[in-house]
Design a protein around this ligand. Structure first.
Ligand SMILES: Cc1ncc(C[n+]2csc(CCOP(=O)(O)OP(=O)(O)O)c2C)c(N)n1
Ligand SMILES: [Mg+2]
Length: 402
């Protein structure tokens, strides 16, 4: 991702004091610190809902908040992950209905936000996803089978966080934001060039951890991008009951970090905004808060029934803003997405879905005693007794079957 920062205004040639700070970033953009910290007055959107580039005066940009359109090449690479993500979500829903997976938090409608969060990072950067963000984890290159193991109800996450620099998908809300801050602080102390990106939902911004993470990151000028997917619901709680702030991106200024709001269903705008946020963090001008304006099209998980707390008309309104259809229309219109390429991506998505199906349909060989294995380095007497009791019960039932 190339930096979109304009060159610093011509000066006397002397380096600005504390050149890595947010004040230096504001000066380089030719705007005040407050203008740098506050989001642009409207959310950033580059591509219309029917797949056309918006006229510049409708993109929501303002001086210092300008975002060039990413190249077709960048968009195509990310688009492939959108196609796979949509297919994986459908497959996971089927597997839950068949009793092969315990649960799946839907990503349908949020794929552009999820994919952009993963692809805006460099190889050495770290992603901190939530339970919702499977598509982001996949876009980071983690093996789909390893990702899905967690939703089968096994005790482990399935993938090695260090291999792909992707933390475990956090279910306790917002804890991952503090982990991302801690990782960034450690990297800074070691002099390593690492940016961390923490994903969080609109509901998660009401947790105390959100406050602590933003404050600590801003005070210590850490290279962290906080990425809020405002999908308008926290299970059944609508956004109107979550926050009275003008936007979640506005929460940044109070902590002294920069915020921006972006159309969370516009892949191009997301890549531009998140890409710039990552670049600025890398230059020492972070941290950064980005709010994606998106929508959870399906229920919270398969265990939830969204028709009990929201209207079909609202869902239909968001259907028209679908991120996948929008990018298909745009890339087809530029000629970048040929029918042949589209077919290849569909085939890639079908292959991932088929391998998931095969793996999940195989009867897992589970050892119930494994439950006790990795809880303590030295097992407590109580656990040892419980393990012995279970072992005895299992051998009794095996003898009865024999
Ligand atoms: C600390 C904590 N409190 C409560 C929960 C229960 N819980 C699970 S998901 C959820 C809603 C989260 O909504 P949001 O942050 O908007 O994320 P979304 O599910 O919409 O992606 C809640 C309250 C939890 N997992 N962790
Ligand atoms: Mg939400």
């Amino acid at each position: 991702m190339t930096s979109t920062s304009p060159a610093a205004p011509a000066g006397d040639g002397a380096p600005a004091p504390d050149a890595g700070t947010r004040a230096a970033a504001a000066a380089a953009f030719g705007i005040s610190l407050e203008e740098y910290l506050l989001p642009a007055s409207r959310r950033i959107q580059l591509i219309s809902e029917d797949g056309n580039v918006l006229p510049v005066d409708q993109q929501g940009t303002s001086p210092g908040h300008e975002y060039p359109l990413p190249s077709d090449e960048e968009l195509l690479a990310a688009y492939r992950h959108l196609v796979i993500g949509r297919r994986v979500n459908d497959q996971a829903y089927a597997l839950v209905r068949q009793g092969r997976m315990a649960v799946y938090p839907s990503s349908h409608g949020q794929e552009a936000s999820e994919v952009a969060a993963a692809v805006c990072l460099g190889e050495d950067d770290w992603l901190f996803p939530t339970y919702r963000d499977t598509v982001a984890v996949l876009a980071r290159g983690v093996d789909p089978l390893q990702v899905m193991v967690a939703y089968q109800g096994t005790w482990h996450q399935g993938y090695d966080p260090k291999e792909h620099r992707v933390s475990v998908q956090s279910t306790p809300l917002t804890t991952q934001m503090l982990h991302a801050v801690g990782m960034a602080k450690a990297a800074k102390l070691r002099g390593e060039d690492v940016v961390t990106l923490a994903m969080v939902g609109d509901g998660g911004t009401s947790e105390g951890d959100f406050h602590e993470a933003l404050n600590f990151a801003a005070v210590f000028k850490l290279p962290v991008v906080f990425f809020v997917q405002n999908n308008k619901y926290a299970i059944s709680v609508p956004f109107a009951k979550q926050s009275a702030a003008p936007s979640l991106a506005h929460k940044a200024v109070g902590y002294g970090l920069a915020g921006e709001r972006v159309d969370g269903n516009d892949l191009a705008a997301l890549l531009a905004v998140l890409g710039r946020a990552v670049d600025l963090c890398r230059e020492g001008k972070g941290p950064f808060l980005v709010e994606a304006d998106t929508y959870r099209m399906q229920s919270h998980t398969n265990a939830d029934d969204a028709t009990r707390y929201r209207e079909a008309a609202e869902v239909a309104e968001w259907e028209a803003r679908d991120p996948l259809r929008r990018m298909t229309a745009y890339l087809t219109s530029t000629g970048a997405l040929t029918e042949e390429l589209a077919e290849r991506y569909r085939q890639d998505a079908d292959d991932v879905a088929a391998s998931l199906r095969d793996a999940m349909n195989a009867e897992a060989e589970l050892d119930p005693l494994e439950l006790f294995d990795h809880v303590y380095t030295v097992q407590t007497p109580q656990l040892a007794a419980q393990r012995a009791q279970l072992a005895e019960e299992l051998s009794r039932s095996e003898n009865q079957e024999a």
